[in-house]
Write a protein that binds this ligand. Structure first.
Ligand code: FAD
Length: 560
């Protein structure tokens, strides 16, 4: 409090105060008053977000080590990998949500339904804004004021938003990131079918209403198209006239030459063939130019030909960017130069903050390029098993496998290992020498930008931080040893594989060339993996019940 002695302060009955920061400008904001004296003795850990990264961290933390405050505008955890299933009613929205308060109960943590708007790093305060105004007893609107929450350790796990690439007309598209997005899409699909069934609707209007266009052939776009196709063929077919069904068209516009292009090539081929059989129109090598109210304009990359596709519903799913809060933080710290995400070191500490007090995990963050070439000698000596000063092909491919376990260079790079070997074996000796290996690692370093923005990464990062914070709470820092975090292991990502549902079939890329593609056997594998990853028994039971209900009665096509 001495720190703020020159600032105007006003004490309240509940012990809280209004505070104007010396360093933070003219704002007079209340300090959150949810800390009692006992809790005040523990280090204050503030977690921003209630998604994958935050939840994994919370689940790993041991009780009584920190005073934990979770701040998020969303008072539940959302199981995003199954979100496409909620757009057509294969699963109900609530089955994918777990209340955050039930997750933090065992930790005795606090939850504030609000959004972080700024961080005063010098004063270790997060500025927080409640979501909406609420009504007081008299029914009048009460103004909701921002406030500060103090921290000793802050974890930023605020996720991301859809990237727009500056495309004009993006407001006409749907996105699929939140539970409300899934609900809106579900309603829109039914709206379009009911409208298309009216006698006043012309054939042209009907075709447009029943044209579903997905911009982006990554896992989310592909899974949505697959769910939609299942819905159309398994449920709507029994309820709507055959003439209507003939007009339905699902299209995917993808800028690169394959859908699921971060997966093994065999998986992309399998998915494309499956979609071809299902009559899903996959348009590759096409760049969206503009979205109009009722059609998408795109250009074929090879021929520059401009085309248009009418739509009744258009989903935009082409990648992610920073939310405004993360952008604000990034712009305030000179060390943050990446425009896509907040940069951390390999211990997940935010670059630009000196004292290990701020961490960033999940979609909102990226670990600074690991610079493989820096570990050159170690790589070389580990791989050169017969110590002849050069790497034979089998030694080289073991090295690539080892590297790909820790970095996201999995199948794609591995598939090219043979080419890489020949490419970098400049003297054509059939072996790679140290200077040739350096060239190769420099080449990979350039391509290595960041870990994929997946639940898997966010989950592992949250878990890593939880374990680390438990250890740090036990250890005492001393003036000669101020930063204990430096002594602990850095974060190491283990890629366990990527899954995708492609409509009564599923694919799995386990990395290092191992894949699984198939019909129902793969679907059951896909389901059982997500079933086992549920955060609570409650959501597990709800999901099981939804799958059973759909099997017995089909999907619910009522609009609400
Ligand atoms: P999120 O889980 O997005 O959580 C961010 C949290 O921050 C939210 O609770 C949000 O409300 C909160 N927040 C936002 N702004 C603020 C603020 N200002 N202050 C405080 N809190 C804030 N990944 C996979 O690995 N496998 C999959 O199959 C898969 N499928 C997906 C399907 C869909 C449809 C989507 C959208 C994503 C999918 N992902 C998948 C990606 C995965 O969901 C993300 O990588 C993961 O959610 C990232 O976790 P996170 O904790 O960084 O962010």
């Amino acid at each position: 409090d001495q720190k703020y002695s020159n600032s105007p302060q006003q004490e309240f009955n509940d012990g809280s105060s209004l505070l104007s920061l010396k360093t933070g400008g003219p704002k007079m904001l209340k300090i959150a008053s949810h800390l009692n004296d006992d809790e005040n003795k523990k280090p204050k850990l503030v977690i921003l977000g209630s998604g994958w990264g935050a939840i994994s961290l919370i689940k790993e933390l041991e009780k009584d080590k920190y005073h934990v405050t979770v701040i998020s505008p969303q008072n539940y955890f959302l199981f995003t990998p199954l979100l496409p299933s909620a757009t057509v009613g294969t699963l109900e929205s609530r089955s994918l949500m777990e209340p955050i308060r039930s997750i933090i109960k065992d930790l005795d943590a606090h939850f504030l339904e609000a959004a972080a708007t700024a961080v005063c790093f010098n004063d270790k305060l997060v500025e927080v804004a409640p979501l909406t105004s609420n009504s007081n007893n008299g029914g009048e609107e009460k103004e909701m004021k921002s406030f500060y929450v103090p921290y000793d350790k802050l974890v930023i796990a605020v996720g991301s938003q859809s990237i727009t690439h500056g495309i004009e007309g993006i407001q006409y598209c749907h996105s699929l990131k939140t539970i409300n997005d899934a609900r809106t899409i579900r309603k829109k699909i039914m709206d379009n079918f009911e409208l298309a069934s009216l006698p006043t609707t012309t054939l042209e209007e009907r075709k447009q209403l029943l044209s579903f266009v997905v911009c982006g052939g990554g896992p989310t776009g592909v899974e949505f198209a697959a769910e939609l196709y299942d819905f159309l063929t398994e449920d709507l077919v029994s309820y709507f006239p055959a003439a209507l069904r003939k007009e339905v068209q699902v299209s995917i516009i993808q800028s690169s030459d394959h859908i699921l292009n971060t997966y093994d090539k065999r998986i992309s081929d399998f998915a494309e063939k499956k979609f071809e059989r299902d009559n899903i129109n996959v348009i590759t090598n096409a760049r969206v130019q503009k979205i109009e109210k009722d059609h998408v304009l795109y250009k074929m990359k090879n021929t520059n030909e401009e085309k248009e596709l009418k739509y009744g519903l258009c989903l935009w799913s082409t990648g992610i960017s920073m939310i405004p809060f993360a952008e604000k933080i990034s712009s305030e710290l000179p060390e943050q130069k990446n425009k896509r995400a907040l940069i951390t070191d390999n211990r997940l500490r935010l670059k630009g903050i000196k004292d290990s007090s701020v961490y960033a995990i999940g979609d909102c963050s990226t670990i600074e390029n690991p610079k493989l070439v820096e570990g050159l000698m170690k790589f070389f000596m580990d791989a050169d098993l017969n110590n002849d000063g050069a790497l034979a092909y089998d030694e080289f491919s073991k090295l690539v496998k080892k590297i790909s376990k820790s970095y996201p260079i999995t199948s794609n790079h591995l598939r090219k290992a043979n080419d890489l070997f020949e490419e970098f074996d400049k003297d054509k000796s059939g072996t790679l020498e140290l200077n040739e290996l350096r060239d190769m690692l420099e080449n990979i370093d350039k391509k290595l930008t960041s870990l994929p923005a997946t639940a898997q990464v966010a989950h592992q990062q949250g878990k890593y931080l939880g374990k680390k914070f438990n250890q740090l709470a036990l250890a005492k820092s001393t003036p000669s040893n101020p930063d204990l975090d430096d002594k602990l292991d850095p974060f190491n990502y283990a890629h366990l594989g990527s899954l995708a549902y492609i409509g009564n079939a599923a694919v799995a890329d386990f990395g290092m060339g191992y894949t699984w593609m198939g019909g129902w056997s793969a679907v059951y594998l896909w389901r059982s993996i997500y079933f086992s990853e549920q955060v609570s028994f409650r959501t597990r039971a709800l999901i099981f019940s939804d799958w059973t209900k759909r099997f017995v009665f089909g999907r619910d096509i009522s609009k609400f």
